[in-house]
Design a protein around this ligand. Structure first.
Ligand code: DGL
Length: 271
């Protein structure tokens, strides 16, 4: 059985897990949440570039996956090349779905809702240049939406006033009324899709990268795994590893709802 390591700063990667499970039901998944360093969206680019390659080398050594999915737009748009440079297995990055959003938009006006880090990365500027040069692109960064998604999956109430406050500047800005597609450029945000929809009156398509990533996982595994050879590696349960102290019961149950069997807390200095 092939084995993928799914990595995010918190529960956001579960929005990608959902799509991967749909497309690759037999893939074994290990999930790592870097709770100790969340939110990534507020961290300096250099801090992420220093932490992530080292951390991913250690994790792939520990867990021995066939591929890594960086299920975090902030990490991918900041450090994908650095991570790939130190790993010898394929690394799939999750980056904002700007291309499909631009293709979908009739008004040629799209929003990109990511973390403050992601929306200011050169990587995103390049995606806009390459795929949305004919569009007005409204960039909006939010850390509070990450916290709201974490709260929701921990069984706490979501604060709709906060959600409204975070997205209303996008629609109130010049060209905001024309926005007909919004890129959910942070993996935490599809977990708030219903709440986001409820806060917006105009007709908008909310686009994330989850399904495209799942397809990429399937294609890549077919390429890298030898055909007709059975793995003798004993199957283990799908497991979540939390770096940091955020192991309370309701949050663990959220991971269980996404098909994981075990949640293990790793102290930051024990990894
Ligand atoms: N889920 C992450 C992303 O896709 C970021 C959350 C954070 O700021 O830690 O960008």
């Amino acid at each position: 059985m092939a084995h993928a390591l799914i990595f995010d700063s918190g529960v956001g990667g579960l929005s990608v897990v959902e799509e991967i499970r749909r497309r690759c039901p037999n893939l074994r998944l290990s999930y790592v949440a870097d709770d100790a360093f969340r939110p990534y969206g507020e961290k300096a680019e250099l801090a992420l570039r220093a932490r992530l390659p080292r951390l991913l080398s250690e994790l792939t050594y520990m867990l021995d996956p066939d591929i890594v999915v960086m299920a975090c737009n902030t990490a991918s748009t900041t450090a994908l090349a650095d991570i790939r440079a130190v790993l010898s297995i394929p690394v799939i990055g999750v980056v904002p779905a700007i291309k499909p959003a631009a293709a979908h938009s009739r008004t040629k006006t799209i929003g990109v809702l990511g973390t403050p880090g992601t929306v200011k990365r050169q990587y995103v500027d390049r995606l806009i240049q390459d795929f949305a040069s004919d569009c007005h692109v409204i960039l909006q960064g939010s850390v509070n939406l990450v916290d709201q998604a974490e709260a929701k999956l921990s069984g706490e109430p979501v604060n709709m006033d906060v959600i409204k406050g975070e997205i209303s500047p996008m629609f109130a800005s010049k060209h905001g009324m024309d926005v007909d597609a919004v890129v959910l450029a942070c993996t935490h945000f599809p977990l708030l899709r219903d709440e986001l929809k409820a806060c917006v009156t105009q007709s908008v398509k909310w686009i994330d990268s989850g399904a495209a990533i799942a397809k990429r996982v399937e294609t890549l595994l077919a390429q890298v795994l030898p055909k007709g050879v059975r793995r003798l590696r004993p199957p283990r349960e799908d497991t979540v590893f939390l770096i940091g102290p955020d192991t309370h019961a309701a949050r663990q149950q959220a991971f269980m709802r996404f098909g994981f069997k075990t949640v293990i807390g790793l102290l930051p200095d024990s990894r």
